[in-house]
Design a protein around this ligand. Structure first.
Ligand SMILES: Nc1ncnc2c1ncn2[C@@H]1O[C@H](COP(=O)(O)OP(=O)(O)OP(=O)(O)O)[C@@H](O)[C@H]1O
Length: 271
């Protein structure tokens, strides 16, 4: 990990971004503290994945700054951006392993692509990374021979192959059974601490995410609705945060999609 004086690894400053004319994020500002697990939460469609894609430099904000270790990603040239991306690992929901390669070759792939390391060294690194996710023994299996939870762990081993400073997880718990879910959550925490990396986790799962996060940012209406430690957010009096944290079906975010009054609708049906 690089030595830096910035306490935040990533700083979003007054970011505005839209798909076409549709503004998704407006003057969004928050920090991702170095060495910590930051959870990014909020209602569906609130722009969480969009934030990950902005940090990864796959899309660019129309306004504002996005600093990685003090360097603005939004103004980087392609070569600088590639270098910045090498410092990030990204894990999207279903890991997307190469199905025609073994577990070992999947993890070796970024090392073979991006480094000039010898096969001997690559072997040691791959086995170390697989060991970190508990799958050293599964190296010769194909993705079709392992479970969904294991696939995600292989994808995680691949994401940490190049020793990133930052790792971003998009919905890492979606579709997992409760045991795999707990394992995945603890693994994210353990890797964060043992590898000294910084993690950003996008998740809807309040219970598991609050278990492992140091810092939680809740997005709503294009900006930060609240942020703080899980303990701080649990006791928040803000109705939106209360609804979100306690998974209530109704509140400031209504259960009903806007509709005419029920009486009017039913009248029409019987008229
Ligand atoms: N490539 C795209 N082109 C146009 N609109 C998009 C695109 N990607 C996302 N959107 C829209 O931008 C909004 C934010 O999407 P995003 O995926 O960032 O939200 P999210 O908070 O991650 O949602 P979820 O929790 O459901 O995954 C959504 O309304 C979505 O429909």
């Amino acid at each position: 990990m690089s030595i830096s004086t910035h306490t935040a690894l990533v700083e979003l400053k007054d970011l505005t971004f839209g798909y076409g004319d549709r503004v998704i994020l407006k003057n969004l500002s928050f920090n991702v503290p170095r060495g910590k697990v930051t959870a990014l939460m909020g209602v569906s469609g609130g722009g969480k994945t969009t934030v990950l894609r902005l940090i990864g430099g796959q899309i660019r904000a129309s306004q504002g700054q996005l600093l990685l270790d003090g360097e603005d990603i939004t103004t980087m040239r392609q070569t600088e951006l590639y270098a910045a991306r090498r410092r990030m690992g990204m894990l999207f929901q279903f890991g997307a392993l190469f199905t025609d390669m073994s577990v070992f070759d999947n993890v070796a792939f970024p090392l073979r692509e991006h480094t000039g390391l010898s096969e001997d060294l690559i072997r040691d690194i791959v086995l170390m990374k697989l060991d970190a996710v508990g799958l050293r023994g599964a190296r010769d299996l194909r993705p079709s021979e392992i479970s969904g939870g294991m696939s995600r762990r292989v994808a995680l081993a691949r994401a940490i192959a190049l020793d990133p400073d930052l790792i971003m997880y998009d919905e890492p718990f979606a579709g997992l059974d409760p045991i795999s879910l707990g394992t995945a959550a603890r693994l994210i925490r353990r890797l964060n601490d043992s590898l000294g990396i910084t993690s950003v986790v996008v998740s809807h799962d309040v219970t598991e995410t609050f278990e492992i996060a140091d810092h939680v940012v809740i997005l709503a209406n294009g900006g930060v609705a609240a942020q703080g430690t899980p303990a701080e957010l649990r006791v928040s009096a803000d109705p939106l945060i209360h609804q979100f944290v306690h998974a209530l079906s109704d509140g400031p975010v209504p259960f009903h999609y806007p509709a005419p009054l029920a009486a009017q609708d039913y009248d029409r049906r019987t008229a």
